[in-house]
Each structure stands twice: as C-alpha cells, then as structure tokens.
Design a protein. Structure first.
Length: 65
C-alpha cells in the first residue's frame, strides 16, 4: 500500500483541487516563496571571465545604431 501524499508546506494530506498542496493557503505560501526569491539554487562565485562576457554582450547591443 502506498503512503498518502502530503502537502510539502504543512504536511497535511493533499486535496485534488490543490495538488500537491492541501489548500489554497499553502498554494499561495509556495507562490510567495518563489516570488520573494525564497527558493534559490546554490551557485559558485562569478569569475572575471564571466563578467567580461556579460559586459561584451551589453556593449555590442549598444553599438547597433
């Protein structure tokens, strides 16, 4: 037998209308985390080479006149 799915926010059983969440409140809390940048992926520090590539791309776009 499989374990019933639970809400990733509060742990209550999920409801089909709001799956994978249990309620509209948990759906909204999850959305606010995304919009407020509460969910982030770790990244390494930017290198000087990355910064120069980004700057070169901006400079070439400005010179298209």
């Amino acid at each position: 037998m499989t374990k019933p799915a639970t809400c990733p926010i509060c742990g209550k059983p999920t409801v089909a209308a709001h799956k994978p969440f249990c309620s509209r409140g948990c759906v909204d809390r999850d959305l606010l985390q995304w919009l407020g940048e509460g969910y982030r992926l770790p990244a390494g520090p930017a290198t000087d080479e990355d910064a120069s590539k980004d700057q070169a791309g901006l400079d070439s776009a400005d010179n298209d006149d």
